[in-house]
Write a protein that binds this ligand. Structure first.
Ligand code: NAP
Length: 343
């Protein structure tokens, strides 16, 4: 059997290009004890993977305490949802659906690999009792959805009439975060990169207001201020940079704030090159802090989906060979909801 793999072929400088990747094919080896073979169904293209594409040096050594999980010549790191088709590991029986950081490849062989920093849950078997389409395990029930779920329900705890502002609001995490805040009765403002996205979050998802930060000559601070006359009580930040600073200038006393991501800066090399130490003060949010509670988060979210309390959208690109293009497009803001690659 052949395994198709997307290999990191060079380090990007700024926005990655398709030339930073190449596709290779190799024979799948015989399984040894404890191993299982997965047939990939979906690959997840996630913003943080961009940071894993940088060369290892002393500035990011702490985050690579178990070694870089991708590097030149290696399979590109990434989330993978698939079906076990051969197994020598009782925890992963043939036919089970599994999810984990198995890389951008069509037929990964694994032993359940755990990486403390990037994949502390290891490879997990998805519960067949949960009645949602399989792909949801890579989108709303995957890391992106769980991030919004735990950050909102456990840390930011929006209340009735709070003003909640969310950046990258039409993306995988932001779109769910806003719907959760609406469930609590908050007034929710989403910031995103096109009029189409504004329409999606307001008309489809029920956000109160959307702001297209890419509109010509926009002054983002003034726009946010205009729609937040009572200031900002809850700030869910996916992007960092100017948008983060503008929202922060409107914080009310007693505000709650979590820095969930800084996608506006993943393509830049700061002077101190400290990608993983994050150039910001806490409070950062880290979804892995909730690894032991993923099962209960997944159950609650799947109930919400089935009760019509939340909607989700998957932005699907077909074909493993299109994974780099899908990833780069997500970094450029092409996606509405969670971008996945269907294999
Ligand atoms: P996503 O929102 O589905 O996709 C990324 C979106 O970011 C793009 O669609 C784009 O939308 C926006 N974006 C790209 N460049 C931007 C820029 N320069 N300024 C403003 N927005 C920009 O991705 P996601 O998976 O849900 O992740 C969202 C954030 O959460 C990322 O920062 C990610 O690293 C972070 N994250 C953190 C954790 C954690 O545990 N802390 C876990 C998962 C994800 P627009 O069209 O709106 O620009």
């Amino acid at each position: 059997m052949k395994n198709k793999k997307i290999i990191l072929s060079s380090y990007p400088s700024g926005m990655p290009t398709e030339e930073n990747f190449k596709i290779e094919e190799s024979e799948v080896n015989e399984l040894t004890d404890n191993e299982f073979l997965v047939e990939t169904l979906y690959l997840s293209v996630d913003p943080f993977l961009r940071m894993l594409m940088n060369p290892s040096d002393e500035s990011n050594a702490a985050s690579r305490d178990e070694g870089p999980i991708t590097d030149i010549g290696k399979v590109m790191a990434g989330g993978n949802l698939g079906k076990v088709i051969q197994s020598k590991n009782d925890k992963y029986p043939e036919g089970s659906i599994v999810e984990g950081m198995l890389g951008w490849q069509s037929h990964p062989v694994s032993n359940g690999w755990i990486n403390k920093r990037h994949n502390p849950a290891g490879v997990v078997v998805c519960k067949s009792s949960i009645d949602v389409p399989i792909s949801a395990y890579a989108s709303i029930l995957g890391r992106a959805g769980l991030t919004a779920f735990f950050c909102m329900t456990r840390e930011l705890k929006p209340k009735k009439n709070d003003t909640v502002v969310i950046s990258a609001a039409a993306g995988a995490g932001g779109s769910l975060a806003g719907q959760i805040a609406k469930q609590y009765g908050s007034y929710v403002v989403g910031i995103c990169g096109s009029d189409k996205k504004v329409e999606y979050i307001t008309k489809e998802l029920g956000f109160d207001v959307g702001i297209n930060y890419k509109k010509n000559n926009i002054n983002i601070f003034n726009e946010i201020k205009k729609v937040c006359p009572n200031g900002v009580d809850v700030h869910y930040d996916n992007v960092g940079g100017e948008i983060m600073d503008s929202i922060a200038r409107l914080h009310n006393p007693g505000y709650r704030y979590r820095l969930v991501g800084i996608i506006s800066e993943y393509n830049t090399v700061p002077d101190n090159k400290k990608f993983w130490s994050w150039p910001y003060e806490k409070p950062m949010f880290v979804v892995h802090d909730y690894t032991n509670e993923y099962d209960s988060g997944i159950e609650t979210l799947s109930n919400w989906i089935n009760d019509g309390k939340v909607k989700y959208h998957e932005d699907i690109i077909n074909g493993i060979e299109n994974t780099p293009k899908a990833f780069i497009g997500m970094l450029k803001g092409e996606n509405i909801g969670k971008r996945l690659v269907k294999i």
